[in-house]
Write a protein that binds this ligand. Structure first.
Ligand SMILES: Cc1cc2nc3c(=O)[nH]c(=O)nc-3n(C[C@H](O)[C@H](O)[C@H](O)COP(=O)(O)OP(=O)(O)OC[C@H]3O[C@@H](n4cnc5c(N)ncnc54)[C@H](O)[C@@H]3O)c2cc1C
Ligand SMILES: NC(=O)c1ccc[n+]([C@@H]2O[C@H](COP(=O)([O-])OP(=O)(O)OC[C@H]3O[C@@H](n4cnc5c(N)ncnc54)[C@H](OP(=O)(O)O)[C@@H]3O)[C@@H](O)[C@H]2O)c1
Length: 458
């Protein structure tokens, strides 16, 4: 491997976390010179495209965009996006802090477009391996990042620091794992799969029974979309709890999403952190925006008025088993949690709105495991989001979106992005100045333009 191909930073994934980092790196002369690039598996920018439903809104103020909390004068604010799109005055007239997700997606893409030259879309990072310091059998001086593009070609790049921002992965409960994906989909791929699964909207040739599993925001949005857009679908929302519960977004509680609260959580013992997260869980998980709950209640009520009951909310309902029948339907064994009574029901399709796992970075970093001790498995992360690594391991690995246990509920959200990227870049710059002898930087890297990847002969 050539020395002049060494990056200062490679970002894995290009969602809002690493996008915010890209902005922060670009906005200061010193850090924009760090040789860096981002690798994203999607062929173009996309923010939860599988759930980009037309009328769904942000769950966070637009003022918590990628930069405003750090630098309201940045050219990458949501307000400047509106201005450049010629919609600022009209947006003001909406009197809302909560744009649609479709509009916020357009904002994120507008920002991402400014970083095209540093981006490698359509490549999935497959492994991270240690690169030993020349002349040392023990010291790890850099990381080799391997990726595969959409044509199956493999690529390698070497870096001194890594920012892992790969988001969550579909959480598929054990009971559904063996059913395959023919007519069982996760909410994360809802929009891209639902037509295939239930047929085109308004295809009245055969009614379809669809069960949506889960009681969170995704489940509620999918349930409403099925009932609204697919007139041939009878939808059942199956929840374990007794009722759809509202997300607590009242102002005092909302203070837990302030950047300063990260210090409060991080300053606790492991038990203390866990207890804080549990205490405020109903701000984010298994909860639904209040207006959406009211919309669902009214929809179910109006069905009763018209005596045309097609959609149902099955509360207090646990799912004990799910099997595929001979004719391809899914039979669910349901149990009423209050009465203990069981019954079986058949559905043509399932949408699992069962949330997300946040542990896929562990498999991605598995090639480094012999050097990292327990740090990965234990979630041992410094305040600056750096994985705690032993002395002989010199590369820095920053983790974004998988530090909820140590840094609090904001970690998986947009809430602290602007300041988190600031903290990471400050840490990165401090170490980069110390680690990188100037003689090893190529002119292209100084301009931050070096690609530095090598094709592997397969
Ligand atoms: C439907 C939905 C709506 C949401 N709405 C809000 C909201 O309104 N407000 C809020 O605060 N939070 C919201 N969230 C939470 C969400 O986690 C954050 O908004 C945000 O997406 C986090 O950004 P991220 O970059 O960490 O992760 P992601 O946005 O998930 O981005 C991760 C990126 O990494 C890429 N990737 C993954 N693995 C690899 C790999 N091996 N190689 C290369 N690339 C890879 C993925 O393709 C993806 O583009 C929402 C979540 C969902 C599911
Ligand atoms: N408009 C938006 O901005 C928007 C839209 C969608 C999602 N989001 C965000 O995305 C994140 C994830 O939300 P989410 O709704 O996808 O997931 P979630 O909040 O984690 O909810 C998952 C749901 O699945 C249920 N569940 C899990 N395993 C189950 C099983 N085996 N059987 C039955 N039910 C099971 C859980 O039930 P229990 O309650 O019983 O545990 C829970 O209700 C949140 O941050 C949310 O705010 C935002």
């Amino acid at each position: 491997m050539q020395r002049d191909t060494v990056f200062d930073l490679i970002g894995v994934g290009f969602g809002p976390s690493n996008l915010s980092l890209a902005v922060r790196l670009a906005e200061e002369a010193g850090t924009s010179r760090l040789a860096h690039c981002f690798i994203e598996r999607q062929p173009e920018f996309g923010w939860h495209r599988g759930m980009l439903l037309d009328d769904c809104r942000m769950q966070i103020s637009f003022l918590k965009d990628l930069v405003t909390q750090r630098d309201p004068k940045s050219r990458f604010t949501f307000i400047n996006y509106l201005f450049e799109r010629g919609r600022l005055n009209d947006f003001v007239n909406l009197k809302s802090f909560y744009p649609t997700r479709v509009e916020f997606h357009d904002y994120l893409r507008w920002v991402a477009d400014a970083f095209e030259e540093r981006l490698h879309y359509g490549e999935t990072v497959t492994s991270i391996e240690p690169v030993h310091t020349p002349g040392s059998s023990k010291e790890v001086g850099a990381l080799r990042v391997s990726s595969r593009d959409q044509d199956g070609r493999e690529w390698q790049r070497v870096t001194r620091a890594l920012s892992v921002g790969i988001g969550g992965a579909a959480q598929v409960p054990e009971a559904f794992a063996a059913l395959g994906s023919h007519n069982v989909i996760h909410s994360s791929t809802y929009l891209t799969s639902i037509d295939r699964v239930v047929g085109k909207a308004n295809d009245a040739s055969r009614r379809k029974r669809v069960a949506v599993i889960g009681g969170g925001q995704s489940a509620a949005e999918v349930f409403v979309d099925l009932s609204r857009r697919f007139l041939h679908v009878d939808a059942s929302l199956v929840i374990r709890s007794g009722a759809l519960k509202p997300a607590d977004d009242t102002p005092f509680v909302n203070e837990i999403f302030s950047p300063a609260y990260t210090d409060v959580v991080y300053g606790q013992s492991k038990d203390g952190r866990r207890s804080l997260i549990e205490r405020f869980r109903d701000t984010n998980y298994a909860v639904v925006d209040r207006p959406l709950i009211e919309q669902i209640y009214e929809m179910l009520y109006l069905q009763n008025v018209s005596d045309d009951v097609r959609h149902r909310l099955l509360a207090n309902t646990g799912i004990e088993a799910a099997v595929r029948t001979a004719d391809g339907q899914i039979e669910l064994t349901l149990r009423d949690n209050l009465t203990g009574l069981g019954r079986a029901e058949r559905f043509d399709a399932l949408v699992l709105a069962t949330g997300y796992r946040r542990d896929t970075h562990i498999a991605l970093l598995d090639g480094l495991a012999p050097h990292l001790g327990d740090a990965l498995a234990q979630g041992d992360v410094e305040r600056d989001y750096r994985l705690a690594t032993p002395e002989h391991f010199k590369p820095r690995i920053y983790l974004q979106g998988c530090c909820e246990d140590s840094h609090g509920l904001s970690d998986t959200l947009l809430s602290v992005l602007a300041l988190r990227s600031d903290e990471i870049v400050a840490s990165l710059a401090e170490h980069a100045a110390r680690d990188r002898p100037a003689s090893r930087i190529t002119p292209q890297q100084k301009n931050g333009m070096s690609d530095g990847r090598m094709a592997i002969a397969l």
